[in-house]
Design a protein around this ligand. Structure first.
Ligand SMILES: Nc1ncnc2c1ncn2[C@@H]1O[C@H](COP(=O)(O)OP(=O)(O)O)[C@@H](O)[C@H]1O
Ligand SMILES: NC(=O)OP(=O)(O)O
Length: 312
């Protein structure tokens, strides 16, 4: 049996609590299938829409108040871990109980160390929050000074810095829980971004870490065999959203690197998924990564869909 890390996309978890609760229930089915097959499973999740909404809501609340009433991104990320983890762990508990599987599930509030001098802090790339029209984005930029980019044909979104994850602070706790047979939800939203302050101090920073890169970091730390990246599309494509779009069944690391050089994958969406998959399969022989949709995760496990990234 294998150790599998399943990374769930934040954009595949809906736009409000009701949708997220339902989608978490759907996500629980293929995850529990894997548990039923005897695999050890670790779950991570994105938070792009959720962390953006939380930050925006507190920003509105603080509009007539002091600057200090705004919510920093580290705290917004921590809240998103609780909000999403709550739905996922209950959905998993229910699905496990329905199948008579006795296992406990816990979400771990997870911090991820980044480098204070990471160049990402001066070049925001991570799309978060709601989608806007071009006109709305222009107005918002004029009003707030925030940067907005077009996100994979779905509209314009605010972008914020997304530094490279270096270390998962709570990895040893997660490892002990997994080794004891528990199901762990960790590194949610890419983890709460922190920098090392003094010798033992950690300080939150204004960023949202990419959950695919953080998932890869965690997958290596927990010595995982499979990195399963689940999003809203069944397969990675070339010429995505353009004439000649072609979905890919499997790609070698060399092919993936060439597609990256050809700018086939946008930063902040498909690029970090492919980069995470490459890093993971290169980290140890026999490691494999699959990118597929949450909806068709079960078929992807059976090799009927998804894009497999393999070592040459
Ligand atoms: N080359 C590509 N192949 C497939 N999907 C792509 C590609 N380029 C961009 N995308 C878009 O990127 C999305 C995945 O990124 P995103 O929504 O940020 O992920 P997440 O599910 O982790 O939130 C896909 O649903 C698709 O709309
Ligand atoms: N933090 C993060 O990568 O979120 P998404 O998966 O929602 O983009």
């Amino acid at each position: 049996m294998s150790k599998i890390l399943i990374a769930l996309g934040g954009n595949a978890l809906g736009n409000n609590a009701k949708e997220q609760r339902e989608l978490a229930k759907q996500a629980a089915v293929p995850i529990v299938d894997m548990i039923e097959q005897g695999h050890d499973v670790i779950i991570t999740h994105g938070n792009g829409p959720q962390v953006g909404a939380i930050n925006l809501a507190f920003g509105k609340y603080a509009e007539d108040k002091a600057e200090q009433d705004k919510m920093p991104f580290a705290e917004s990320g921590a809240m998103s871990q609780g909000y999403i983890g709550y739905h996922l762990q209950n959905a998993l508990r229910e699905e496990l109980a329905n199948r008579g599987i006795i296992k406990s599930v816990a979400s771990i509030v997870s911090q991820v160390v980044v480098d204070e001098h990471d160049p990402a802090f001066t070049a925001p790339t991570k799309p978060i929050g709601p989608f806007y029209s071009a006109e709305e984005a222009e107005e918002l930029t004029a009003k707030t000074g925030d940067r907005y980019i077009e996100d994979s044909g779905r509209g314009f979104r605010k972008v914020i810095p997304s530094p490279t994850p270096i270390e998962i602070v709570e990895k040893d706790v997660m490892k002990d829980l997994v080794d004891s047979g528990h199901i762990v939800i960790g590194a949610g939203g890419g983890g709460i971004p922190v920098v090392r302050d003094q010798e033992n101090g950690l300080r939150g920073v204004e960023a949202v870490i990419d959950k695919d890169l953080a998932s890869e970091c965690l997958a290596e730390a927990l010595d995982v065999d499979f990195l399963f990246i689940l999003t809203a599309v069944d397969r990675v494509a070339i010429n995505f959203g353009k004439p000649g779009q072609q979905e890919l069944d499997s790609i070698s690391v060399e092919e993936a690197k060439q597609y990256i050089a050809d700018e086939q994958f946008p930063p902040g969406s498909m690029l970090p998924k492919v980069e995470a998959a490459i890093k993971f399969v290169l980290s140890k022989k026999e490691r494999k990564s699959i990118i597929s949709s949450l909806e068709r995760a079960k078929d992807a496990v059976l090799g009927r869909t998804g894009t497999v990234i393999y070592r040459d």
